[in-house]
Design a protein around this ligand. Structure first.
Ligand code: ADP
Ligand code: MG
Length: 292
């Protein structure tokens, strides 16, 4: 089945200085077509990590990829960001085939498609200040001078809710809480002005009390900056807060897809029902009777 990111997804674009509606035609969209990825396992058997997956993310849209551990989510993320190539199938971003890029193309893709990883501590160099970490993408990808990049760090920190910026800029990662570190990682992802953010379990290592804040930040960024978002999670319920469409992945295959609220209220696939039964769900009673 080919992708069906819903037409009712609001098409948001980059905010225009004069407050006029943003032009979304320039924001690239992702297309994943019949993508499979296999690895050779330890005992030389083949592991099919991603099995014939197709979907699209429209410009400015947000899609959740949900599945248990080992279902192929991170593999798909690596294929989309171009750090690995699919065994078969193709991935295009803004019309460019990601799976065939050479070095220069990889670099342009890297600017356009940014990752937010699960572990915010591992993602940051412990020896670099927040300011240094956030200046680099501006200098490397946008050609900013050091002073321009430094000014931009202030804006980035305020954007991700680390305010006042001057308080956070000189800090090292260990001087920040987990939630603050993940906000720095998100700011770094934004620093080169990407079109697509791939967030791979961005809150699963955070204290429960911090999760909602980071998720709503991602939702706000997507809305305010016209970003496309692929939100990867094992927690189907968290998809509700952040995306309009959901894909459920099981053993590398998409077993269910649809508008998030619909999948939560009336899951069709037995695996989706299983995923929902693992967490308290305000919409579905045990036995899958929908509460209206
Ligand atoms: P998830 O992110 O959903 O937990 P992964 O994409 O990490 O799932 O893994 C999917 C499957 O592919 C698992 O069975 C995993 O063991 C296997 N796998 C992932 N990466 C590799 C690799 N580099 N070599 C061999 N097997 C891998
Ligand atoms: Mg993973």
């Amino acid at each position: 089945m080919s992708a069906d990111v819903s037409p009712e997804v609001p098409m948001t674009g980059r905010p225009q200085p004069d407050g006029q509606a943003a032009d979304t035609s320039t924001v690239p969209a992702l297309t994943v077509t019949d993508v499979s990825k296999s690895y050779r396992g330890r005992d030389r058997t083949r592991v099919l990590a991603v099995d014939d997956v197709s979907f699209t993310i429209a410009s400015g849209a947000a899609v959740s990829l949900v599945g248990a551990s080992g279902s192929g989510k991170s593999t798909l993320a690596r294929l989309i960001t171009g750090s690995e190539r699919p065994t078969s199938g193709s991935i295009t971003f803004g019309g460019v085939t990601v799976s065939r890029l050479r070095a220069g193309g990889q670099r342009r893709l890297h600017r356009q498609v940014q990752m937010v990883f699960q572990d915010p501590y591992g993602a940051l160099n412990p020896l670099h200040t927040v300011e240094y970490t956030l200046m680099r993408p501006g200098e490397n990808y946008l050609g900013l001078t050091a002073s321009q990049a430094r000014d931009r760090v202030r804006d980035l920190l305020e954007t991700v809710g680390l305010s006042p910026a001057r308080q956070f800029a000189p800090k090292l990662p260990h001087q920040l809480s987990g939630g603050q570190r993940q906000r720095v990682v998100i700011a770094r992802a934004l620093a080169c002005d990407p079109g697509l953010l791939v967030a791979d379990e961005p809150v699963s290592m955070l204290d429960v009390s911090l999760r909602a804040g980071v998720l709503s930040l991602l939702a706000d960024l997507r809305r305010d900056r016209g970003l496309s978002l692929l939100y990867i999670t094992h927690d189907l319920l968290s998809a509700r807060a952040i995306t309009d469409e959901v894909l459920v992945l099981h053993h590398g295959r998409v077993v269910e897809r649809g508008p998030t609220r619909q999948v939560l209220r009336q899951p069709q696939d037995s695996y989706t029902i299983q995923l929902l039964e693992a967490v308290p769900n305000p919409f579905v009673r045990p036995g899958n009777h929908v509460i209206r």
